[in-house]
Design a protein around this ligand. Structure first.
Ligand code: NAD
Length: 524
């Protein structure tokens, strides 16, 4: 579903190009500011009805959207590949399959996850009081995603928001507008009510207009710089935001790890989506004694990878998304070179291909003082550094402004879990890498500059609702001791409360009863 734009409002267009061939994929009119504002008010009107639908009805519609996607998945995979440059293989494995799983999970489990829950209130419970939490949807959720997972991120967030009873307005990245429209089409074909899902088109200015239009929540995925702008703009209306930002994710490999597996994981973790994953392995720290062996295995595996257009089934590394992105990679590889690191393989644009292709690049002799080990690269580079002790590995991994994900590789699970808990990152895998965004059941989000709040999992669902506390006094027969007017007896009672009632101990509270009764009698 696309936000309605009248002929007079049509001013300029966003044109989408295939980064592998430079061919136009499609074009769409930029949503004017007035229509952005209208999309939020239309979404709010739709919310008035949608919030009262049953979970069963929402679930039926989400499962219907799932069926539409399943029926059209080849077409969707091809569109994702053409518009973002990634191989069709990854469109299936890293976008379509995970989001289908997320859809079935939240369609089936949101009701249970948002069931009113009783809260233990200690001694107040013995006084005939009870408390429970009920969850209300927020209203209109504005979703502003990046281009790197242009399908699964906004579709997953929209599914969770809708299941919680919100309506959504999505402003897809200007690099992937056609995929954005496809998401709207899927919901429309599944017969979601009008304006429960609206898709805008445009660049940053359209995203900014959406934030200005004061939806009830912003779910943003993108760079730290834009995240800060959005947080500042949203603050004007006290709109709460979830920020999913950048990463510089470390992978630690201890000498007792399975080095073949670690090498395969490093190659996939660094080079899938041409390195344009927020949770890409961007720094590899290997224990000195096995550094040579692991590096050799990584280089061998990297050299076997075919690069090319995403429609070829045996292509592992596709095109990068934009000239701007490839220039950052060139700058970082230059920084590594100039600072004395060694480019073992790659280190250039692919000379045999026309489009935006940068060769997968393995770099040795890297260390944290190099600028390119601190800034997010977001490209197919794998810099390798060494360490000699567990403490050093942890210190090097944590020496970053980012903290999205990390991975620890070791044959000793206890050590793996110990190190994982010492790493400042929102998700840490032991003997696994990168893929947990694909597990919709688990929370996703960063420490430090990698973000605020969570998407996915129970924690992500809680971002999309507001908790309401309902408190009931089942024995409303007499006044509370702390009501007015106060008196000397009141002060004595309250003073005693601090050392008896406020301890949470039933035994101590019983000692308060005579004094409490004296005080209540005063009020009767
Ligand atoms: P970006 O910040 O340039 O743009 C992201 C989105 O914000 C786009 O839709 C853009 O149009 C919009 N936008 C730009 N300026 C805006 C403004 N002032 N107000 C509102 N919206 C605005 O990021 P990008 O280049 O598209 O994405 C790359 C970044 O995204 C990387 O840093 C990557 O790590 C991060 N990312 C993070 C996650 C995560 O889950 N943490 C996932 C994917 C990507």
């Amino acid at each position: 579903m696309k936000a309605a734009v009248t002929a007079e409002e049509r001013t300029s267009e966003v044109i989408s190009y295939d980064p592998a061939t430079g061919e136009e994929v499609g074009r769409v009119a930029v949503t004017p500011v007035v229509a952005v504002v209208r999309s939020v008010s239309d979404g709010r009107r739709a919310f008035a009805k949608w919030k009262s639908t049953s979970f069963a009805e929402r679930s039926r519609l989400v499962m219907a959207a799932r069926e539409v996607l399943l029926a059209e998945m080849d077409e969707v995979a091809s569109l994702i590949s053409r518009e973002s440059g990634k191989p069709v293989a990854e469109a299936f494995s890293m976008e379509i399959a995970p989001v289908l799983d997320l859809m079935q999970y939240f369609a089936r489990n949101t009701e249970k996850m948002l069931r009113p829950a009783k809260i233990g209130i200690g001694i107040y419970g013995l006084m005939g009081r009870s408390s429970r939490i009920v969850y209300h949807p927020l209203g209109v959720v504005g979703i502003i995603p990046a281009w790197n997972y242009p399908f699964s991120i906004p579709l997953g967030e929209a599914t969770m928001a809708l299941m919680a009873g919100n309506t959504v307005v999505i402003k897809p990245s200007e690099l992937t507008p056609m995929i954005g429209l496809k998401i709207g089409e899927i919901f429309e074909k599944a017969s979601f009510p009008e304006n429960t899902v609206q898709i805008l088109s445009g660049e940053g200015a359209t995203g900014a207009a959406l934030v200005e239009a004061a939806p009830d929540k912003i779910m943003f995925t993108g760079s730290v710089a834009t995240g800060k702008k959005i947080a500042a703009a949203a603050a004007k209306n006290l709109t709460s935001v979830v920020l999913e930002l950048g990463g510089k994710d470390p992978m630690i490999v201890f000498a007792d790890a399975n080095l073949d597996l670690a090498a395969g994981a490093a190659v996939w973790g660094a080079f899938c989506n041409a390195g344009q994953s927020c949770s890409s392995v961007e720094r590899l720290y290997v224990e000195e004694s096995v550094a040579e062996e692991l590096t050799r295995k990584i280089i061998e595996k990297t050299k076997q990878l075919k690069q090319g257009t995403g429609d070829q089934p045996d292509v592992s590394i596709g095109a990068m998304s934009s000239e701007r992105q490839i220039k950052i990679v060139e700058d970082h590889v230059e920084d590594f070179r100039a600072a004395g690191a060694k480019i073992e393989t790659g280190g250039q644009r692919n000379p045999t291909l026309e489009g935006l292709f940068y060769e997968p690049t393995v770099i040795t002799g890297a260390h944290n003082e190099m600028r390119a080990m601190q800034e997010e690269t977001f490209g197919p580079t794998l810099p390798i550094a060494t360490f000699s002790t567990e403490e050093e590995a942890i210190r090097l991994a944590n020496d970053s402004e980012f903290g999205l994900t990390a991975s620890v590789w070791t044959g000793n699970r206890a050590r793996g879990e110990r190190v994982a808990q010492s790493i400042e990152a929102g998700s840490v895998c032991v003997n696994e890498v990168l893929y947990t965004h694909g597990i919709g059941q688990t929370p996703w989000g960063g420490f430090k500059n990698s973000g605020r709040g969570r998407t996915h999992g129970r924690e992500g669902l809680m971002e999309l609702v507001q908790p309401q506390h309902i408190h009931v006094n089942k024995l409303a027969l007499m006044p509370d001791a702390w009501w007015m007017p106060y008196s000397a007896t009141a002060v004595k009672t309250f003073r005693k409360m601090t050392t008896t009632f406020a301890t949470g101990s039933l035994l101590k509270t019983i000692q308060l009863l005579p004094q409490l009764w004296k005080r209540i009698k005063e009020l009767l």
